[in-house]
Design a protein around this ligand. Structure first.
Ligand code: SF4
Length: 364
């Protein structure tokens, strides 16, 4: 397949691996921030082919996994008790809330719909003027422009029965929180290429300079990830700490200014709670007052008690890179994709699901 197979070439992959082996002389821990990169590492067997001195730590970069339990409970409540049409991207549906998932709520009769774009949800609202429509707006900076656009679109068209339940998480503050965590010891980072496509690289320079860590903006195909690792290792071996762009075929230094403009029109930065991790300052988007009527949190003023997480699930430690999925006592036993105890076993970007499906450690 054009523009795909060239980034999966086994011969080139071998060359990158050999170059990494030739370059590395000391043990290094490198965190890939995004769950898409985790899947690429595990699914393609890269994790097992890297030299022992290179340890990959799987980061918190799975927005579905870090969406607060309480917000999932709110979404389920709106769909089940308030009769709203609850729209969402597909991977949110099986994430466990405190009592059930959105998929289970749907099976019980709630109107829960899987969409590929929030603009479809605005159309559903226009077609159903007697119903309220809520879009569960989850994601990194990557999905924020489309979610913001849906709000502007609804505003311009005078659609009053549309709102979004926003849970956006921002990558640079998460990297900072990981570095600041006393338990984690990361020498370098692979930043998430798709996020930088929107936001550019400028937010990473102060982080790299302050903490003296290399940060390489990296794509998701096997060769992208291998080249990103090589670039980080080269910097570490030469005591450098720069921001480099492996994903230059997509990412520009300035990102996508038009997308940033629409994000800033609708959202402002706020402190965000990450499921399993806690609150990280300035790490999320809240809807600006100007668009408050489209903020489902304000519109419905739902008060749902904070439910405790499953005590057996150590997803917080996994997402901070302190433990690997197979170090969880429930991995592959009581916790499987068909019966997930925590979000990292559900999401297509979750580290536990990646190890379950591709590591060969369990019979999937
Ligand atoms: S294997 Fe399951 S229980 Fe363990 S951390 Fe992952 S999601 Fe949680």
């Amino acid at each position: 397949m054009k523009y795909m197979s060239e980034y999966r070439d086994p011969e080139l992959a071998k060359k990158y691996l050999e170059e990494i082996k030739r370059t590395v002389s000391r043990p290094w821990s490198i965190m890939e921030v995004c769950g898409g990169q985790t899947h690429s590492l595990v699914k393609n067997g890269i994790i097992d082919m890297l030299p022992d001195k290179v340890t990959m730590i799987h980061g918190p970069g799975c927005p579905v996994c870090v969406t607060p339990l309480n917000l999932i409970d709110k979404a389920i409540y709106l769909a089940s008790e308030k009769g709203v049409i609850l729209c969402s991207f597909g991977d949110m549906l099986r994430v466990p809330g405190s009592e059930k998932s959105l998929l289970e709520a749907k099976a019980e009769g709630a109107d829960v719909r899987v969409l590929y774009s929030p603009l479809e949800a605005v159309k559903i609202a226009e077609d159903n003027p007697d119903k309220e429509v809520v879009f569960f707006a989850v994601g990194f900076e990557t999905t924020a422009p489309a979610n913001a656009l849906s709000v502007v679109h609804a505003h311009r068209r005078g659609v009053k029965n549309y709102s979004i339940l926003a849970s956006h998480v921002l990558v640079p503050p998460a990297i900072k929180a990981v570095i600041d965590d006393a338990e984690s010891k990361i020498d370098g980072f692979l930043a998430a290429g798709h996020v930088c496509t929107i936001m550019g690289n400028s937010e990473y320079h102060p982080l790299s300079a302050k903490y003296k860590v290399p940060i390489v903006v990296t794509g998701f195909e096997p060769l992208d990830v291998l080249q990103g690792i090589l670039m980080v290792v080269r910097q570490l071996e030469q005591s450098q700490s720069e921001v480099e762009n492996q994903y230059a075929r997509i990412v520009r230094e300035e990102g996508n200014p038009e997308a940033q403009k629409i994000i800033n029109e609708v959202f402002e930065v706020h402190n965000q709670t990450w499921r399993g991790i806690g609150e990280i300052p300035d790490s999320g988007y809240a809807i600006r007052d100007k668009y408050a009527e489209f903020d489902a949190t304000k519109k419905y003023n739902v008060n749902i008690a904070e439910a405790p997480e499953n005590p057996l699930c150590i997803s917080g430690q996994i997402m901070k890179g302190i433990k690997k999925p197979f170090e969880c006592s429930q991995f592959g036993k009581t916790c499987k994709p068909t019966n997930p105890l925590g979000a990292p076993m559900v999401s297509s970007e979750g580290a536990c699901a990646a190890y379950y499906h591709f590591s060969g450690m369990v019979e999937a």
